[in-house]
Ligand binder design. Structure first.
Ligand code: KG4
Ligand code: ZN
Length: 352
C-alpha cells in the first residue's frame, strides 16, 4: 500500500511517500528555521503562512521523488494533532483536498505517537511489549506500548519539554535557534567538562515517572547570568550577590556539557523507574527531535543493553519532524480498518 504522509504541526512543512509502513520512497522537509530565528522561537502565525506557501510544492516533490504518480497513491495520512492550530489546519486541508480529489481514504495520525514509529522506517518491525520515550520540542513522555498503535502513557513533563529546555539553555548561552543541535555541539567539544557545574536532576515524588525541566533551566540561567538578589529583609543588611563570571567559550561548553549530564541522568532515572514499576520490555523505542542528541543516544544504548532490550531509535533525519513517520503509522492504522472522513478536526493536544 502506497501512503502519502503530510505533516505541518509546527515549523516543518513535510510530505513523504511510504510503502507498507516501512519503505520510505521519498521524504521532503521544508524547515522554517530562518524565518523564526530572529524571534528566538516559533511564531505561530508566521509558521501557518509559510506552510500555506510551501505545502503544494512539498507534496508535489514528495510524489515525483518517489517515482509514483498521483493515481498510484492508495491513502493519505495526515498529522492532525497535536500542534499549532493554524499550522495543523494547512496540512489537514491539503490532505482532505487530496483525499477527496483522488477518491482515496484519509487517516488522521497523532504526531507524538508517530515519533515512536520513526525508528521503524526503513527498518525491522519492533517487538512488543516496548517502553516508549518521546523527547521532542513539545513533549517528554514515557509510554508502555503493546503495539505501535496501542499505548498507555506512564509519565510526562509537568512543565518544560526537554527540547524546550535545550532551546532555552541555548538562548541563555547565546547560541541561537535551533538550540538543541548547538548545545549538543558545544557540549561535544573536546575540553567540555560535564562536571563543571552540579545542575539539579529533578526526581519529583519517589514513584513519579513524570519529568520536570524548569528547575534545571533556571539553575543554568542563574549560573550564567547571576542569581537575583533576594528582597531586602527589614532590619537586615541586603545580601550582595557577586556578578556572574564572563561567559567565555570554555564556560559555554562546560555549562552545555553539565546541562546535558543532568538531562541524561533525569531521562535514565525515569526510564529505570518505569522498568522497575511496570516490568520487563523487549524493546526501547525512542523518538522526537532530542533523540538526535549525541550524549542521549549513547546513554540510551547503554541503558537498553543493561536491561536486555533492543533499542529502536530513528536515523538522525527521522528524529526531527517529518512526514514519513506520519505515513508509516497511518498505514498501521489503516491496516486495522481505521479511516477518517472529511469532518476530521485539527486538535492542539495529543491523544496519547
Ligand atoms: O520532534 P521535533 O522536531 O519537534 C517537536 O515535535 O517538538 O523536536 C524539535 C526539538 C527542538 O527543541 C530541538 O532543539 C531539539 O528537538 N533537537 C535537539 C537536537 N536536535 C534537535 N536537542 C538536543 N540535541 C540535538 N542534537
Ligand atoms: Zn515532533
Amino acid at each position: 500500500m502506497i501512503v502519502l504522509g503530510i505533516e505541518s504541526s509546527c515549523d516543518e512543512t513535510a510530505a513523504a511517500v511510504v510503502v507498507d509502513g516501512h519503505t520510505v520512497r521519498s521524504s521532503i522537509v521544508a524547515s522554517q528555521y530562518e524565518l523564526h530565528s530572529m524571534y528566538g522561537g516559533v511564531v505561530p502565525e508566521i509558521a501557518s503562512r509559510a506552510h500555506e506557501q510551501h505545502i503544494v510544492r512539498v507534496i508535489d516533490d514528495a510524489i515525483s521523488q518517489a517515482g509514483v504518480s498521483r493515481s498510484d497513491i492508495d491513502a493519505i495520512a495526515v498529522g492532525h494533532r497535536p500542534g499549532l492550530i493554524g499550522a495543523l489546519l494547512v496540512g489537514l486541508s491539503a490532505a482532505k483536498a487530496m483525499s477527496w480529489a483522488l477518491g482515496v481514504p484519509m487517516i488522521g495520525v497523532d504526531h507524538v505517537q508517530a515519533h515512536l514509529w520513526a525508528g521503524s522506517l526503513d527498518g525491522e518491525i519492533p517487538r512488543y511489549p516496548a517502553l516508549g520515550l518521546v523527547i521532542s520540542g513539545g513533549h517528554s513522555s514515557i509510554y508502555q506500548m503493546s503495539s505501535a498503535t496501542d499505548l498507555v502513557r506512564l509519565g510526562a513533563t509537568i512543565d518544560d519539554a526537554v527540547g524546550e529546555a535545550f532551546d532555552k539553555v541555548a538562548a541563555i548561552l547565546g547560541l541561537g535557534h535551533p538550540g538543541g543541535p548547538r548545545v549538543d555541539a558545544a557540549a561535544s567539544m573536546k575540553d567540555a567538562n560535564d562536571r563543571a557545574f552540579g545542575f539539579p536532576v529533578s526526581r519529583l515524588g519517589k514513584e513519579s515517572l513524570d519529568f520536570s525541566f524548569s528547575g534545571l533551566k533556571t539553575a543554568v540561567l542563574y549560573e550564567v547570568k547571576g542569581k537575583p538578589a533576594p528582597p531586602k529583609m527589614r532590619g537586615k543588611p541586603a545580601i550582595v550577590v557577586p556578578p556572574a563570571p564572563e561567559l567565555t567559550t570554555r564556560r559555554v561548553e562546560d555549562v552545555a556539557a553539565s546541562f546535558q549530564r543532568a538531562v541524561e541522568r533525569a531521562v535514565v532515572l525515569k526510564l529505570e523507574r518505569a522498568i522497575e514499576q511496570t516490568g520487563a520490555y523487549e524493546t526501547l523505542i525512542v523518538g522526537g527531535g532530542v533523540a538526535a542528541n549525541t550524549r542521549l543516544r549513547a546513554a540510551l544504548t547503554v541503558l537498553a543493553e543493561k536491561y536486555s532490550m533492543k533499542l529502536v531509535i530513528p536515523d538522525m533525519h527521522y528524529c526531527i519532524d517529518n512526514a514519513a513517520m506520519i505515513a508509516g503509522l497511518g498505514y498501521k492504522l489503516i491496516e486495522q480498518g481505521r479511516v477518517d472522513d472529511l469532518t476530521l478536526c485539527a486538535v492542539p493536544t495529543t491523544g496519547c
